[in-house]
Design a binder for this molecule. Structure first.
Ligand SMILES: [Zn+2]
Ligand SMILES: [Zn+2]
Length: 153
């Protein structure tokens, strides 16, 4: 797999998300440690839906004592707490997303690139009542698999 170039979320958005992150943690009585905040910020900055390892690699120069296992544990707990989202991809490595807003993912099966896609028809897919019987749908996680523009060539 070729490495996916880092595309960055605009700094003002990252700053706002980090503020909201801290406020949510405080409201829930969850401690905001420098490590948790650094991991969240690194994920919020990165539009590529990185793996835990990629987040760790970006933080390593600034936080040399941080281990990949710690970054993974932090991302797992943020996912459980609903503060980040785990993205389903085609290969085994878990990818993470700080964007909690309604959106879906285009996944390239060749290079593994993951891109956000927002389309209103994808957020209210016509699920038949019988199909979900008694189940309250809270979120749709749709993975659209194919080949990105670069890999089609
Ligand atoms: Zn591709
Ligand atoms: Zn996403």
């Amino acid at each position: 797999m070729t490495p996916v170039p880092v595309s960055r979320r605009p700094a003002p958005d990252v700053a706002r998300w980090c503020d909201e992150f801290e406020a949510t943690c405080r409201a829930r009585g969850v401690r905001v440690t420098p490590q948790r905040l650094a991991v969240y910020r690194a994920l919020a900055e990165d539009l590529s839906h990185p793996t835990a390892e990629a987040v760790w690699a970006r933080l390593r120069p600034r936080m040399p004592s941080l281990s990949p296992a710690t970054v993974y544990r932090i991302l797992e707990s943020l996912d459980r707490e609903g503060l980040v989202r785990r993205v389903s991809v085609t290969d085994g490595a878990g990818r993470f997303d700080a964007n909690r807003g309604p959106h879906q993912h285009l996944v390239c099966r060749v290079c593994g690139r993951v891109r956000d896609v927002r389309d209103p028809t994808l957020t209210r897919v016509g699920l038949g009542r019988d199909a979900v019987r008694g189940f309250t749908v809270e979120e749709l996680d749709i993975r659209i698999v194919g080949r990105c523009g670069r890999c089609r060539k």
